[in-house]
Write a protein that binds this ligand. Structure first.
Ligand code: KIV
Length: 279
């Protein structure tokens, strides 16, 4: 079944949790789609997990379009959401609409996601008016890492929590079709989820949200180093990959690979004539 803005809304209404994962390439998107994921996010987290940057700030429109198009070719049923990278929507409303349009036209996304509350409502309204669904993103919004002074949980003080609730209402009024709530206390996410008609999709925001999203490298155990508290590792694919790659190196060096079953045959007669040997 195709996942759309309406099916996601119905899921909220019926209490059927929305599943979303990030993906950045054709093969991964195809596997997720075949598993029945509701939505795939081409997150600007690709800056870190695919391109090796320290944060999401250097990611460009060209990066996002390139990866979104690959995911779109792999996923047939998932609702595809593409992140708008840093500075692709902040400068002007016109630029925001034009860049959102590129992610749909050139990337094949069904919706775009952008970070922020009241300050981006004008952009949300204009993009929605261009018939492009917008997913908002509140809380620990990674593009504001420098303004926050690091990746810090948001909404812990009364003032900050009130602002997040107000922002959530504003982005809904501006026309957002869903909102990602990242890095906020679970109880606050629950309050926001109850207040909104549109679905909330949480990451580090507890299980009171209408759905969940994770970066796939984190949940499949591909990332090394510090694992954030909110990540559950559903598989240890990194261990499997290391094992497979080490075996390949060892078998290639020992000559075990390629074996006859991995090899193309040729008629002996052709070889005889080729090297000019008389029997
Ligand atoms: O870029 C991203 O992957 C995201 C998710 C963490 C929600 O925005």
């Amino acid at each position: 079944m195709k996942n759309t803005v309406s099916t996601l809304l119905k899921q909220k209404q019926s209490g059927d949790k929305i599943t979303m994962l990030t993906a950045y390439d054709y093969t991964t998107a195809k596997i997720m789609d075949e598993c029945g994921i509701n939505s795939i996010l081409i997150g600007d987290s690709l800056g870190m997990v695919m391109l090796g940057y320290e944060n999401t700030l250097p990611v460009t429109m060209a990066d996002m379009i390139h990866h979104t198009a690959a995911v779109s070719r792999g996923a047939k049923n998932a609702f595809i959401v593409a992140d708008m990278p840093f500075m692709s929507y902040q400068v002007s409303v016109e630029e925001a609409v034009s860049n959102a349009g590129r992610l749909i036209k050139e990337g094949g996304a069904h919706a775009v996601k952008l970070e922020g509350g009241a300050e981006v409502c004008e952009q949300i309204r204009a993009i929605v008016n261009a018939s492009i669904p917008v997913v908002a993103h509140l809380g620990l919004t990674p593009q504001s890492v420098n303004a926050f002074g690091g990746f810090k949980v948001q909404g812990k003080t009364l003032e900050n929590a009130r602002k997040l609730i107000a922002d959530a209402v504003k982005i809904q009024e501006a026309g957002a079709c869903a909102v990602v709530l990242e890095g906020i206390p679970a109880k606050l996410a629950e309050i926001i989820t109850e207040k909104l008609v549109i679905p909330t999709i949480g990451i580090g925001a507890g299980n009171g949200c209408d759905g969940q999203v994770l970066v796939y490298q984190d949940m499949l155990g591909l990332t090394t180093g510090h694992t954030p508290k909110f990540v559950k590792r559903f598989a240890e694919a990194g261990i499997l990959m290391r094992q497979g790659i080490s075996d390949y190196i060892q078998h290639t060096k020992s000559g075990e690979f390629p074996a006859p079953e991995h090899t193309y045959a040729i008629d002996d007669e052709v070889i005889r004539q080729l090297i000019g040997k008389e029997e």
